[in-house]
Ligand binder design. Sequence first.
Ligand code: PLP
Ligand code: COI
Length: 359
Amino acid sequence: MESITVNLTKTPKTRPAPGEKLGFGRIFSDHMFLMNYKTGKGWYDPRIVPYGDLALSPAAMCFHYGQTVFEGMKAYYGVDGNILLFRPDENFKRLNVSNHRLAIPQIDEELCVEAVKKLVEVDKDWVPREEGTSLYIRPFIIAVDPVLGVHPGDEYLFLVIMSPSGAYYESGLEPVPIYVEPKYVRAVRGGTGMAKTGGNYAASLLAQDEAHKQNYSQVLWLDGVEQKYIEEVGAMNVFFVLEGEVVTPELHGSILSGITRKSALELLRDWGLNVSERRISIQELDEANDKGKVLEAFGTGTAAVISPIGELKWGDKKMIFNGGKIGPLTQKLYDTLTGIQYGRLPDPHGWSVKVCKAD
Ligand code: PLP
Ligand code: COI
């Protein structure tokens, strides 16, 4: 494995003051990680350099045909003064799944984890310490060949940038209202829905804009063929707590395989709950809710953590869950997951990975 070189900034930026409102993904730390790829040479020159703009040809392929993939993970300031990552190996396993779908070369997952650990260690003072904050980490790959023909690139750049962040939703743990998208679809089976690639998000923006105009914070996507079955929300997977069963849509190619989803499923099963990964139609959910059989609804995601869903608007109908308040299972999952992530609770599955001491 080629070793990672480090070139430290001579002009460190002013870090946000303790208690300053961070928002999400708006402020960037002092350094970033870069690595190049060329066909015939493979990935080379892994390096940590001062955070800064990139110089790319206007013809770079990523601008034109969207051959890009990304990941989202966080570094947490743990209660014992250690900086912790959560299941970073899962992020890079998924990055390679996305790479495969986007015809981007595979990358060394171990090297990626090493790169993130080293970058976090270099910028460890950027890990915020206030309740609910973290250092959001964004690894991504872009095709950079200056060529306008439509074909997989021969040159790529892998980067990691980091952003001290607060809650993804301004409302924090307050339940979010969500709009069931009636017209547009995000992804279809056989498409790129299971990959974390920019085009999926670009395709979601118009619907999100329309949802915002109606005061809904996010869009719930239905399947791209019949527009009947529940898929996922813009930046999170969804769960419904029914009487005697916790349901989340099964993964069948158009839904992102969330790492928080996977962790929530493992915790719910640890607790002996009856958990199903199955198709669930919006109609089934509505009928169950009319009968008072939907006890709670929540979303899962790295940025969103565990987010209670207070309301779903489906056509003229408004489904309200748990009186629009966070439910007990949602709260327990939130407490347990964040407890493990911040090192407050035991970590029986070994999900937490120590990077370094914070001081
Ligand atoms: N679904 C989509 C479309 C997402 O962008 C995300 C966020 O990464 C998720 C689900 C949740 O995935 P994870 O829990 O791995 O962050
Ligand atoms: C994440 O949860 O990490 C995401 O990538 C969601 C979003 C900001 C796209």
